[in-house]
Design a protein. Structure first.
Lengths: 259, 192
C-alpha cells in the first residue's frame, strides 16, 4: 500500500533508523569470532602455525589448485616420458584481456586480493577502468539516470565527460560485479547521429567505428568494445561496455529497457 | 567508548587493547557486513577478516577516534568485494530477522514516528551497497564529507553524488519529502 506522507526525510529520521537497525541485528557469539581473529593474527606472526581454522576456505582453494597443478604436471611428465609430447612443442593459447572471462580467472587471485592492505581494498572497491579511458569530472547536476539497468547493472557514478578539458556530455557508470557499462547523453548542439559519434569519439579519446544498424540502433565499436547509439527526444544516447564483454544483442536488450 | 579512550587503545596495539576494541565494535561491524550480504555465515567471515585486516594495518589509521568508522569501511569493502567475486547482486527481498520491532508507544504521534522509522529502516536495507556505505558513514558515524572521501579513497564529489542518490532513492521509495536540511548543499539537483 502506498500512502503519501507529509513527513520529511530528514537527518534525525535517518539517524534514528540507522541506530535502530544497527542495534537490532544480533551477531553470533563474540567469543567464537574473537578466537578466530586471534588465530588469524597468530598465523600472521608465525606462518607455520597449525592454527588454520580461520582460513579454512582459502586453505581449501590452495589445496585444490595445488592438486590440479600437480596432476597436470604428472600428465605432461608421463606423456613426455613416453615420447608422445616434446617439451618444445608445448604452446599455450594467447588470451587477450578482452577475451578473458573474469569468471575464468584462477581462484588463486582471490587469495592475493585478500592479502591486500586496507588502502588497496578501498581502491579495489572502485573497479579499475580497464578498457575505455576518458577524462571525466564529477557531475554536479546529473540527469535523472535510472538506478538500475536490465541485467542487474546498478548505478555507481554520475560523471561529466570532458572533451579538450571542457565538461560536456553527461555520463553514468553502471556496475555488475566486474563488468561496467557507460551510458552517455549528448548535448543540445549535436544535430545528427554522425556528429554525435564524432564528438563521442573525442570524449572517449578513441575512434568510433560504425558497424551497422541493428533494430534501429547504430552499432559501433570503440577500442574493441561494443556500443550502441540512438536518439530520443532530440538528444542522442550511447551505451557501451567499458569493462567486460557483451554481444550487441544483449546490449540492445539493455538499451530497450531504457527507452 | 570515549574518543580519548579509543585513541589510547588504538595506540597500544596489545592483545588486551585489541580485545576491547573488538568488543566495542564487533556488533556494529557485523551489522554493516550483514546488511550488505544478508547471510549470517558470510557476514561472520567478513567481520572476522575485517578485524584481522584492521589490527594488521592499524598503523595506517591516523585518528584512533574514527576506529569504528574505519571498521565499517573495511567490512563494507570486503563485503562488496565478496559480492563481486561471487558474481552476486545485493539482496533486496530476503526476509530479515530483526529484533527491532516498534516499541510500545503512548501517543499517536509517537506511534506514527515509530512506524516511519521502521519504514526508513526497511528502505535502507534495500540500498545498493555503495550507497548504504556512505549513508552509514555520514548518518551513523557522523563523518564529514572529506573524511568519508578519504576513507573510501574517493573524490568528495563522488561521495556527494552517492549520498544524493541514496537520499533521493529513500525519499522516493518512502514517498517522503526531502528535507532541505538533509540535502544541504550536497549533491546535484536532478533534472526535472
Amino acid at each position: 500500500m502506498t500512502k503519501k506522507h507529509n513527513s520529511e526525510l530528514n537527518e534525525d529520521l535517518l539517524k534514528e533508523a540507522l541506530h535502530q537497525e544497527m542495534e537490532s541485528i544480533e551477531p553470533p557469539p563474540a567469543e567464537k569470532i574473537w578466537q578466530r581473529i586471534e588465530a588469524g593474527l597468530e598465523q600472521e606472526k608465525n606462518p607455520a602455525s597449525s592454527k588454520l581454522n580461520f582460513t579454512r576456505k582459502r586453505s581449501f582453494n590452495w589445496l585444490r589448485y595445488s592438486a590440479v597443478a600437480a596432476a597436470a604436471f604428472m600428465v605432461v611428465f608421463v606423456l613426455n616420458s613416453l615420447g608422445v609430447w616434446q617439451w618444445d612443442q608445448l604452446s599455450f593459447p594467447v588470451v587477450s584481456d578482452e577475451q578473458m572471462d573474469p569468471a575464468e580467472e584462477p581462484a588463486v587471485m582471490e587469495v592475493e586480493e585478500d592479502e591486500a592492505a586496507p588502502e588497496a581494498m578501498l581502491e579495489e572497491a572502485e573497479a579499475p577502468e580497464r578498457v575505455l579511458h576518458y577524462h571525466r569530472e564529477e557531475d554536479p547536476a546529473p540527469p535523472r539516470w535510472p538506478e538500475e539497468l536490465p541485467g542487474n547493472f546498478i548505478l555507481d557514478d554520475a560523471i561529466l565527460l570532458t572533451a579538450g578539458d571542457v565538461p560536456d556530455y553527461h555520463g553514468a557508470v553502471y556496475r555488475r560485479a566486474d563488468e561496467s557499462l557507460l551510458l552517455v547523453k549528448s548535448g543540445e548542439s549535436d544535430k545528427t547521429i554522425e556528429e554525435f559519434k564524432v564528438r563521442l569519439g573525442q570524449h572517449l579519446e578513441t575512434g568510433i567505428h560504425a558497424v551497422g544498424e541493428i533494430n534501429g540502433y547504430t552499432h559501433f565499436e570503440a577500442e574493441g568494445q561494443t556500443g550502441l547509439a540512438w536518439q530520443v527526444g532530440g538528444r542522442y544516447y550511447a551505451l557501451l561496455f567499458k569493462a567486460g564483454t557483451i554481444s550487441p544483442e544483449k546490449l540492445i536488450k539493455i538499451a530497450e529497457g531504457l527507452v | 567508548m570515549e574518543a580519548e579512550e579509543l585513541k589510547k587503545l588504538v595506540k597500544q596495539k596489545d592483545n588486551e587493547s585489541r580485545r576491547l576494541l573488538f568488543e566495542a565494535y564487533y556488533k556494529k561491524t557485523y551489522a554493516v557486513a550483514y546488511n550488505i550480504l544478508r547471510s549470517r555465515e558470510n557476514a561472520e567471515d567478513i567481520t572476522q577478516d575485517a578485524f584481522i585486516k584492521a589490527f594488521q594495518n592499524i598503523n595506517q589509521l591516523k585518528d584512533g577516534a574514527k576506529f569504528g568508522a574505519w571498521m565499517a569501511v573495511i567490512a563494507s569493502n570486503l563485503a562488496r568485494n565478496f559480492l563481486k567475486r561471487n558474481k552476486k547482486i545485493y539482496y533486496t527481498d530476503e526476509e530479515v530477522i530483526s529484533s527491532g520491532e516498534p516499541e510500545a508507544v503512548d501517543t499517536e504521534d509517537a506511534a506514527l514516528r515509530s512506524l516511519e522509522v521502521e519504514r526508513v529502516r526497511q528502505a535502507i536495507k534495500r540500498l545498493p551497497p555503495e550507497q548504504y556505505q556512505v549513508i552509514v558513514l555520514q548518518y551513523y558515524y557522523d563523518l564529514k564529507m572529506e573524511d568519508i572521501a578519504s576513507m573510501l579513497n574517493l573524490r568528495a564529489g563522488t561521495v556527494k553524488s552517492r549520498l544524493h542518490r541514496a537520499r533521493k532513492r529513500l525519499a522516493e521509495e518512502l514517498e517522503l519529502k526531502e528535507s532541505p536540511t538533509c540535502l544541504s548543499n550536497e549533491g546535484g539537483e536532478w533534472e526535472k
